[in-house]
Design a binder for this molecule. Structure first.
Ligand code: MN
Length: 702
């Protein structure tokens, strides 16, 4: 039975005493937290985290990873909060434990099988620190080793998940040993009969071939010795699941696979690898087309080796791998080897994530030298330092989006209509702002409403081109239809003043005018008017053919409902609200801007019918309008709170507040308050006046 003392002894060979003590502390904390809990096997629960830590100690992982291993089931199984771990063991360890818990909670089984690869990517993307993955792999490895105590169904579920998700992740990280163990244990749990049969057959075959294996080994060793090369020759055994995959995938018979004899030769340096290759090609004839130089062109996960196949005595095929000790270490342990290998000769200990980066960088450089960095970038770098987030639809489909994407990007990725009619979203079943950047692993649900329209403000936060294009397009369509409708009202307004109306103008007159303006249809003309590019007054006079004749100015204002949308806006200089006397200023391309009648900015053009139009507020005008108030009052404690509660008491809303202290006694507060109309504003002002110490209240306007 492994103990914490035994582990501490092993750790002290590569960690400092302080660090070993921290690992001990984490162990005792976990022991207490899991007190009373037992594993299915009957052992105290803490034996599991201890075993996980032991696996990581084999890889020479740092003390924080080992602490996280001790604590990895604490959040999930004992209800202790992440915050508590944070105050006990610091933020890094708490983050690692939290990351492992999140991976544990991810339920792969209910989701579609075809998405296994996306799950791998998602798991990687979720772990901002690569150590999370390594702790999780160690956790899974111990669970796989102790799988036998579980019920059949649960065993199969875990085995399947291991084969589909965790073995490929180990492979991506180049951790061959872990991958092989995952595969053999997973295969055994999923298909116990097939696994046992292959195991027996392999055992039998090995017995039969012992003699010939020894002979080949001797002749290879002799051949190296003759050339004065030092190297270790060993027979290589294929793993059970690998044999099974070959039999099934390549439809080969068991004997065909087993009739190949496999050896590995490990030497000191790269140069020697090629010398060994020459020597063995001299010994036996190489099989054409089977030589592969993975030293010059490494595999995507950094694997390096020379591979060749020879015709041995009596024509038996011999597969040979030739590599250096360093390559051997990398081939077996991948990213984990980087800890093992570098930890001894590193001057100052680097952060572990920095080491992961270093590993990636190293592999990237190898790939670039080999000229196929593309494949590498595809398969490894993106996984470790992802530029994507992976999120679920409510039905469990995985969507891949660029980093920083929001629910709106997600909605447009699902379907343009979903994007256009989206009004709110739930992230992991909770309502969330549409602008919130999505996190990998979240489930996103879009709330849509028929007839809803994209909001121009979305353009400020969407990141995908698709969302941007479709929002712009929808806004353009919306703007056009709103412009047309405003233009029609403006034109009819003027025509009515002349005792006419658009539908009473003869069609040929309208057509002649369109031709003259080079427009295709009447809507184009109305849109132009609505956007302020053409003056309704001028168009009306042309339509009525009263050129030169002086017409009386049309009587009566045009009513504004407040729902005109994108083609009508309220001037920032004077902020009119319903009830105020108003004037519309048509400015080219912008549509109509509503000003107070006595706003100084338009005083010069107010009576020009080609630029300004009389407006009134419709009876049913709705909405919230901002006004700016300036309140002078005696300085007192908590005056902001007093002002806020007065405004609130009158159903007003403070949008913005700022304060200047003029002298020690008087304060001047600028408030932006949203109200429905003048009556509402009067109520707000009355409430404010009732406060003690208020000297003066002024509504600000240009
Ligand atoms: Mn566990």
């Amino acid at each position: 039975m492994p103990s914490i003392d035994a582990l501490a002894d092993r750790l002290s060979t590569y960690l400092g005493a302080d660090q070993v003590n921290l690992v001990r502390r984490a162990y005792f904390y976990a022991e207490q937290a899991h007190d009373g809990q037992r594993r299915r096997s009957g052992e105290p629960y803490v034996t599991h985290p201890l075993a996980v830590a032991n696996i990581l100690a084999d890889m020479h992982m740092d003390h924080q990873s080992l602490m996280a291993a001790m604590l990895h089931d604490v959040i999930e199984d004992t209800g202790i909060a992440k915050e508590a771990l944070c105050s006990q063991f610091g933020e890094t360890v708490a983050e690692l434990v939290d990351g492992v818990s999140k991976l544990t909670q991810m339920n792969f089984e209910t989701k579609a099988e075809a998405q296994a690869e996306n799950f791998q990517k998602m798991a990687m993307a979720m772990a901002r620190d690569i150590r999370v993955i390594l702790v999780k792999l160690a956790d899974r490895l111990h669970n796989m080793r102790t799988l036998e105590v579980l019920s059949g169904e649960k065993r199969r579920r875990i085995a399947k998940e291991t084969l589909e998700i965790y073995a490929p992740i180990a492979n991506r990280l180049g951790m061959h040993n872990v991958r092989v163990e995952f595969e053999d244990l997973g295969f055994k749990a999923m298909y116990p009969m097939r696994s046992a049969r292959i195991f027996q057959a392999v055992k039998r075959a090995r017995g039969n071939r012992k003699e010939i294996v020894q002979k080949i080994e001797q002749s290879l060793a002799h051949c190296l010795a003759v050339d004065g090369i030092e190297g270790d020759v060993s027979g290589r055994q294929k793993h059970i699941y690998g044999i099974y995959k070959k039999m099934r995938g390549k439809r080969r018979a068991f004997n065909e696979i087993m009739d190949v004899y496999a050896f590995r030769i490990v030497v000191d340096k790269v140069d020697t690898c090629y010398r060994v290759l020459g020597a063995v090609h001299n010994l036996y004839k190489p099989l054409p087309g089977r030589f592969k130089d993975y030293i010059a062109i490494p595999k995507a996960n950094g694997y390096q080796s020379l591979h060749t196949t020879l015709f041995g005595m009596h024509g038996v095929p011999i597969e040979i791998q030739i590599r250096t000790r360093e390559m051997e270490e990398m081939a077996n342990n991948g990213i984990a080897a980087h800890w093992l290998y570098k930890s001894s000769d590193d001057e100052q200990p680097k952060g572990t994530h920095a080491r992961a980066r270093q590993w990636v960088k190293g592999v990237l450089e190898m790939q670039q030298r080999a000229g196929n960095s593309l494949e590498f970038i595809e398969s490894v770098k993106i996984d470790l330092f992802p530029d994507e987030v992976y999120v679920f639809t409510p039905k469990g489909r995985i969507m891949e989006l660029p980093k920083g994407s929001t629910a709106v990007d997600f909605a447009y990725a699902v379907h343009t209509d979903v994007g256009n009619s989206c009004i709110a979203c739930r992230i992991n079943r909770r309502l969330a702002p549409l602008s919130e950047p999505l996190q990998s692993g979240s489930t996103v649900e879009i709330v849509s409403a028929p007839g809803a329209r994209p909001n121009p403000a979305w353009l400020n936060f969407v990141v995908t081109g698709k969302a941007r294009t479709h929002i712009r397009h929808a806004l353009k369509l919306q703007r056009r239809s709103e412009s047309i409708s405003l233009g029609e009202r403006l034109l009819n307004k003027v025509l009515n003043g002349f005792d006419s109306a658009l539908e009473r103008i003869p069609a040929e007159r309208v057509q002649a005018m369109l031709t003259e303006y080079r427009l295709e249809q009447i809507e184009d003309l109305l849109e132009d008017i609505g956007l302020g590019n053409r003056m309704a007054y001028v168009v009306a006079r042309r339509l009525l053919a009263t050129e030169g004749e002086q017409l009386p100015s049309p009587e009566g204002p045009l009513a504004i409902r407040g729902t005109e949308g994108l083609v009508l806006s309220y001037a920032k200089c004077c902020t009119p609200i319903p009830g105020d006397p108003i004037v519309g200023h048509l400015s080219a391309g912008k549509g109509m801007v509503v000003h107070l009648e006595n706003c100084r900015n338009i005083s010069e053009i107010r009576h020009n019918p080609e630029k300004c139009i009389q407006l009134s507020w419709a009876k049913d005008v709705t909405g919230e309008f901002n006004v700016e108030l300036r309140v002078e009052l005696e300085h007192q404690r908590g005056l902001i709170a007093l002002l806020a509660s007065s405004v609130n008491a009158a159903d007003g809303n403070i949008e913005k507040i700022s304060m200047d202290e003029r002298d020690g006694r008087i304060s001047v507060v600028q408030l932006v308050v949203s109200v429905h109309d003048r009556v509402h504003l009067a109520r707000v002002i009355k409430k404010l006046r009732a406060l003690t110490g208020v000297i003066r209240i002024t509504r600000m306007r240009a």
